[in-house]
Ligand binder design. Structure first.
Ligand code: ADP
Length: 512
């Protein structure tokens, strides 16, 4: 048997062939990284203002090519047209933010000295990029996922090797095409293939930014640690929504329907489980079911017709179907949906009621169009159940009382909490986006951190005063010098003479 050298990319809604990509070998990856390493110093040298020009050109290209990008994305995902247009729009927004802000974020810092003794030095923190950043992405947002990490890394002055999902590599190849078409320096390369190609990226790059499953994230963390290179992982989630009795139930129902069904539920931060205070449980279920029943599902083309399209592949369908079936067998009620539509990989938007934490739909990541809803006695139970998860990516709290909502938010173990909304943090690049627990380590964005994470930090000190031949602390030692130094450091550290007993110091340095 000969190992395959290519991967066929098919539209999961129609089965149509969308494209073919090579399976890049470890040698190919290593060669591309070597080339990027050679190109990177010039990219770093043009500085953030120079890089801004290229990033803004790319932004123009993204604007001009939006329809084509949506075509390619739709062809490899089977998404509804509207969902296919999200990636380019999101990419344009983020590219502008980091293109324009990088200079400010990467500027040297001159922190004030921690102690009066350190005031004799000028202190500088310098941010220098890791030469080659490896970005490994999943299939749910084939253009936006690469862009959200590739652009900050490029803005930081790194070169980037991008390994998109083998399920949806075509949009990432479009991004690389755009970078070439605008004539930008060759500091962005895409390699295609599956896990082995990704592993080769981890084996050659200087920093790894990964988005995908917790299982793969664990392997990447181990491999990166072996090479002693830093990494940031955004992994799975099981995001809870908490609906308190005082919430605007109409808004909560529509918001949670959107949060659970957007992109057919294939979003790391989609609402995956809902906890509702007992007094409003039935009413909320009625409103949620009505909102979900309104969704139009199908396979459209360039003309937007539907709210929801296909799942990425058969594997996703079988996970969703298993979670629904297991819940129903254990006594859950299906209020709407619950089955495949019969077309491609489309699965009906599904609301499950009367679920609990013995069911896989409440504990395992589904990554599909299901909203399991559980009744809780009160706020405390909702918080306890929301926190009863290995994941901690994001959460939402629905209440008309903003103090109460914020109090609940601060008790949730999640990297982000949106009050009376879903996904809002994802559209705020000034905030960090990262998971707690098995949802990952590190974060993307967060204003300056979004580019500084791709940088090594260098501390530089320089004497402010004219220098003598010798610093007082240099050789040779003497008890008097030492006692003065110790006394001064104690005085500085304790802020005053409170703990400075010079006689005691003298005894210490004399060993008595
Ligand atoms: P998903 O289930 O969302 O596809 P995966 O974690 O399987 O998530 O894949 C996410 C990305 O990680 C894909 O680009 C995939 O090819 C890549 N990948 C899979 N295994 C490895 C590995 N051992 N090392 C590096 N990358 C990998």
């Amino acid at each position: 048997e000969v190992a395959p050298t290519e991967i066929e990319i098919r539209n999961p809604a129609t089965g149509e062939l969308a494209g073919t990509v090579p399976i890049d070998s470890a040698e190919t990856v290593a060669a591309k990284v070597r080339e990027l390493r050679a190109q990177q110093p010039a990219w770093e040298a043009i500085g953030p203002e120079g890089r801004k020009q290229w990033l803004l050109k790319l932004q123009d290209w993204l604007v001009d090519n939006t329809d084509r990008l949506a075509d390619v994305l739709q062809s490899e995902t089977g998404k509804a047209r509207v969902d296919s247009l999200i990636d380019p729009a999101f990419s344009i927004d983020l590219t502008g933010y980091y293109a324009r802000r990088a200079a400010k974020f990467l500027a040297d810092e001159h922190p004030s000295p921690h102690s009066p003794l350190a005031r004799v030095k000028a202190l500088t923190t310098v941010f220098r990029p890791y030469p080659v950043v490896g970005v490994i992405t999943p299939w749910n947002f084939p253009l936006a996922m690469p862009v959200i990490d590739v652009i900050p890394a490029l803005a930081a002055g790194a070169a980037v090797i991008l390994k998109p999902s083998e399920v949806t590599p075509l949009s990432a190849l479009e991004l690389a095409r755009g970078w070439r078409e605008i004539g930008a320096p060759p500091v962005l390369e895409v390699v295609t293939g599956a896990g082995a190609t990704g592993a080769a990226v981890v084996g050659n790059a200087d920093y790894i930014q990964f988005t995908g499953s917790t299982a793969t994230g664990r392997k990447i963390a181990a491999a990166a640690t072996e090479r002693m290179i830093p990494f940031s992982l955004e992994l799975g989630g099981k995001d809870p929504a908490i609906v308190l009795a005082d919430a605007d139930l109409e808004r909560a129902a529509h918001g949670i329907a959107f949060g659970g069904m957007f992109n057919a539920g294939q979003v790391c931060i989609s609402v995956e489980r809902v906890y509702v205070e007992a007094p409003v449980y039935d009413e909320f279920l009625r409103k949620l079911t009505a909102a979900v029943k309104e969704l139009r599902q199908g396979v459209d083309g360039r003309e937007p017709k539907y709210d929801m399209g296909a799942l990425a592949n058969e594997n996703q369908v079988s996970i969703v179907a298993r979670h629904v079936d297991e819940a129903v067998k254990a006594g859950a009620r299906v209020l709407t949906g619950g089955e495949r539509t019969g077309v491609g990989t489309l699965f009906q938007p599904t609301v499950l009621a009367d679920v609990d934490h013995t069911m896989s739909c409440m504990t395992e990541e589904t990554f599909g169009p299901t909203l399991p809803v559980m009744k809780v006695a009160n706020e405390a139970e909702a918080i306890a159940l929301a926190n009863d998860s290995i994941y901690g990516l994001s959460a939402s709290v629905w209440s008309a009382d903003k103090d109460r909502a914020e109090r609940v938010a601060r008790q949730l173990n999640a990297g982000a909490v949106n009050i009376n909304d879903v996904f809002a943090n994802m559209f705020s690049f000034a905030l960090p986006m990262g998971g707690w627990g098995q949802s990952g380590t590190g974060a993307r964005w967060g204003g300056a951190n979004g580019v500084r994470k791709y940088c090594k930090q260098q501390a530089i000190t320089r004497p402010i005063l004219p220098t003598q031949t010798k610093e007082p602390l240099w050789f040779p030692y003497s008890p008097v010098k030492l006692s003065i130094a110790m006394g001064a450091m104690r005085a500085a550290g304790t802020r005053g003479l409170r703990r400075v007993d010079l006689l005691a110091v003298l005894k210490t340095v004399r060993g008595k």
